[in-house]
Write a protein that binds this ligand. Structure first.
Ligand code: ATP
Ligand code: MG
Length: 249
């Protein structure tokens, strides 16, 4: 069973075609980076994968079912592009709160929260109120929160934004480790060089359409090409074109 099947999905906001006939299948144990310029449709695609908004047409399956069902949601870890956490909680309390919402046992929450906050480099700051956190620290807290219930599928909307170089390396290690454990990771990013290092496959979205989806090795593996160059070339070459990946069954 594929973790996610996006089958010919479209979503309009008024006259804006935010997502236009996208088909994409996520395979278990892969890291897929979703790239595209501002307004390309990445967040809209993510919101549909999570069942937050419904497609106008097409279908999305998460772990073989409707993403709005608790069974699917329980297996997803999500970090939004802009998180508004309660400012008067500290990071440990934030994770405890989310663990409670997920129905996790207190002892498990305590252990996981401690481990994860340490892992994202917030061990020393775990007791400080979130209102005193820097942007990158909030981002780190968000990554820990998304991993708390040990999800099989991780959906991260621009997780690299605001992270310093050390945090990026830690993020890369964490994500590849999760992939090696068989977890599936989908994340959107504008950080092409990082995506090139982390991802197994990349999907490029332009004006709501999937214009390229392939392995990093296939698109940027021949030395002279790096992902940045491929990205620019793909955007130039696809003026008015549509692309897309056949949906797997
Ligand atoms: N709730 C909304 N109402 C109206 N238009 C929307 C809404 N959400 C998104 N859009 C529009 O849909 C398009 C895709 O937006 P989306 O947020 O998916 O882009 P994105 O690829 O995530 O961009 P960014 O890199 O800036 O985060 C944009 O034209 C945006 O203005
Ligand atoms: Mg976005």
């Amino acid at each position: 069973m594929y973790p996610v099947i996006i089958d010919n999905v479209s979503k309009n906001f008024g006259f804006t075609k935010a997502v236009n006939r996208i088909s994409l299948t996520l395979r278990q144990g892969e890291i897929l980076g979703c790239l595209g310029t501002n307004g390309a449709g990445k967040t809209t695609t993510i919101k549909m994968m999570l069942g937050f908004i419904a497609p106008d047409s097409g279908k999305i399956e998460v772990f073989g079912g409707d993403p709005r069902q608790a069974l699917a949601r329980r297996r997803i870890g999500y970090m939004p592009e802009a998180a508004y956490y309660y400012p008067y909680l500290n990071a440990y309390e934030l994770l405890t709160f989310y663990g409670g919402v997920c129905g996790m046992e207190r002892s498990v929450i305590r252990k996981r929260a401690g481990e994860l906050l340490e892992r994202v480099g917030l061990g020393d700051a775990a007791g400080r109120l979130l209102r005193t956190y820097s942007k990158g620290m909030l981002q780190r807290a968000g990554i820990a929160q998304s991993l708390l219930h040990d999800p099989d599928l991780l959906i991260l909307d621009e997780p690299l934004t605001g992270l310093d170089p050390l945090a990026r390396i830690q993020f890369r290690d964490m994500i590849t480790e999760l992939r090696d454990q068989g977890k599936t990771v989908f994340f959107s990013s504008h950080e092409l060089s990082e995506a090139e290092l982390i991802c197994d496959r990349v999907a490029i979205i332009k004006h709501g359409e999937l214009v390229l989806c392939d392995t990093v090795d296939a698109v940027a593996g021949d030395g002279g090409q790096n992902l940045e160059r491929v990205f620019l070339k793909t955007l130039e070459e696809t003026q008015g074109e549509t692309g897309g990946e056949e949906v797997a069954r």
